[in-house]
Design a protein around this ligand. Sequence first.
Ligand code: BMA
Length: 316
Amino acid sequence: MPWEDRPASCTDVAWRYSRNPVIPRNLIPRANSIFNSAVVPFKDGFAGVFRCDDRCRYMRLHSGVSRDGLDWQIEPEPIRFEAEDPELARFIYGYDPRVVRVEDRYYVTWCNGYHGPTIGVAWTMDFKTFHQLENAFLPYNRNGVLFPRRINGRYAMLSRPSDTGHTPFGDIFYSESPDLNFWGRHRYVMGKKGDGWQSTKIGAGPIPIETPEGWLLIYHGVLTSCNGFVYSAGVALLDLEQPWKVRYRGEPYILSPQTPYECMGDVPNVVFPCAALHDAPTGRLAVYYGAADTVTGLFFARVPELLDFVRTNAMA
Ligand code: BMA
């Protein structure tokens, strides 16, 4: 998987790939921007689902593959989800995908247009054919993030109920399903907090990472500045068997928009993590994030250091 050691000059818990952005905005023809995208290990390399906004500024999802996680071949044509029910098959828009392997298949969740944004769900075995399931929730909802295994026998998902627009609020909830069709047993996980980087709204980022101490969750938090929203990333640790219980939540962010490609673009001042590759034996973590709603960046961290960070920087 992609990896660079922390530069000698850096004391932060997360550090950027030296050749960011890892995916430029124009990697495929007719793309306006490629960001907020998700990747997983696949065969002897990697595969992913990418948010590509086109030059009509329609929000589309494209599949892609890579041998090294750095150099990507993204399909120039958007994914055509297969759905038996024509009600579901009519694709309106899709954005901010997450991808996870659960048991024998790969699941994609995304923000799916259905009378407003809600959480679309599909599965694939080969990243070529995608079978769409029912939307998980009623509109309006965003940031649907599946856990990588069943918890207490049920599929589990984090999500963030929202509104039709650029939602000025937002808390993370947990839901369960016996079959990925019917979702319920909704539980509150956590909401906006304090006066700082996560004081307006929050949303789950990459698939939660299982550790002996709990689920490590990287999430985004939003500050409303006099000049608009600022999106940063932070970490929390959720209970392993009851993930709606927050064990620790870090007070400082781990990444905020600071480089030119994070501060300048179609939407300035945004870092928006959607995927993480984890090498359990070494603790290495490579996190893919959207930058300024324009390009895709990569940052690195070590899971044991993030666990230490969340404990020693926990909020009351
Ligand atoms: C959110 C989503 C994201 C986007 C972010 C910043 O509401 O639309 O796709 O990255 O706003 O514009």
